[in-house]
Ligand binder design. Structure first.
Ligand code: 13P
Ligand code: SF4
Length: 309
């Protein structure tokens, strides 16, 4: 089937099912192009909460689709490929976090969980953050309680430095962002001395230290648009380049590294147009969550959405 007729079929099924297609900025370009909305984790959570439809097709990874289910439990949430996991989520199993909190009950931790985590971890958290709002949320954390930040030690360390708030960091990281090296950034700078370096806070401290600007995927668009500079070395998953080039025309975007070996999240890339068509046709796979867990996980998510208005 040609890609044009595949797209036509998706549009027909989407209307028939009364579905909305949400896509993360790391999705394949052809998925971003057919989506009703493309954004970062925060924007997608807001869209999922507000979605007026029968079906949400979430083109992203599992924790993102699960978040849509938590925030909008009366809709059917489809994920084109159920294998779309996240290494950061995997670095903090809920039972390990529960054990740690039980063993450290005397510390009375205020638990801040990056949205890249399972529903079980969210249910143990006081508040959720995304890379787009972590500073703002941490600034509202109770001053008399120590903070435990899970699962990403890199976003945690960056937020701690930005806010001056001390935190205990869970030892988790994203396998894609931890692969970027200071040497890659230095080499890209030598090859493109006119360009600014923009990196995601999930990158390691040596990479962040070399960046002109550190921010979430969504904020990269605004930063590059507003900047007087005409070219940028981008240090994150390369899916964002499609959006940057479409939304900030006339400027140059250079990936610090490219390809499945170095700068692609294989989980994000599991979703394809064919699987998107199949899931709308078959109404499967459906993301299912436990209602009791959902209610507990909803609280810190709603707190985040309220605090980041
Ligand atoms: P954003 O919050 O910037 O969308 O990032 C999500 C993510 O998975 C980054 O690896
Ligand atoms: Fe998870 Fe990393 Fe993929 Fe983002 S890029 S979804 S943090 S594995």
């Amino acid at each position: 089937m040609s890609s044009e007729s595949l797209r036509d079929e998706i549009m027909r099924l989407k209307a028939e099912r009364r579905a909305v297609i949400l896509a993360h900025s790391y999705q394949r370009p052809e998925i971003q192009d057919i989506a009703d909305f493309v954004g970062d984790s925060l924007a997608l959570a807001r869209q999922a909460q507000a979605a007026e439809c029968d079906v949400i097709v979430f083109c992203g990874v599992h924790f993102m689709a699960e978040t849509a289910c938590i925030l909008n439990p009366t809709r059917t949430v489809l994920l084109p490929d159920m294998e779309a996991a996240c290494s950061l989520e995997a670095s903090c199993p809920a039972d390990e976090l529960k054990k740690f909190l039980d063993e450290n009950r005397d510390k009375n931790f205020y638990v801040v969980a990056y949205v890249n985590c399972s529903i079980g971890v969210k249910a143990l958290a006081d508040v959720i953050v995304t890379s787009g709002n972590s500073q703002r949320i941490i600034e509202t954390a109770p001053a008399d309680r120590p903070i435990l930040f899970v699962p990403d030690k890199n976003l945690g360390a960056w937020t701690a430095a930005k806010t001056g708030r001390e935190m205990t960091l869970w030892d988790g990281a994203c396998h894609v962002h931890r692969r970027f090296t200071a040497e890659q950034v230095q080499r890209a700078r030598e090859a493109h001395p006119q360009a600014q370096v923009v990196c995601h806070p999930e990158c390691g401290p040596d990479v962040r230290a070399l960046a002109d600007h550190v921010c979430s995927t969504e904020k990269m668009i605004g930063y590059c648009r507003e900047s007087a500079c005409g070219s940028f070395i981008i240090v994150t998953e390369t899916g964002i380049l499609h959006r940057l080039r479409a939304l900030v025309p006339g400027k140059e975007f250079i990936p610090v590294a490219e390809g499945p070996c170095c700068a692609e999240c294989e989980y994000m890339k599991l979703n394809t147009l064919e699987k998107l068509r199949d899931c709308l046709r078959d109404m499967a796979p459906v993301v299912k969550i436990d209602e009791e867990l959902r209610r507990r996980a909803e609280r810190p998510l709603l707190r985040m959405l309220e605090l980041s208005k």
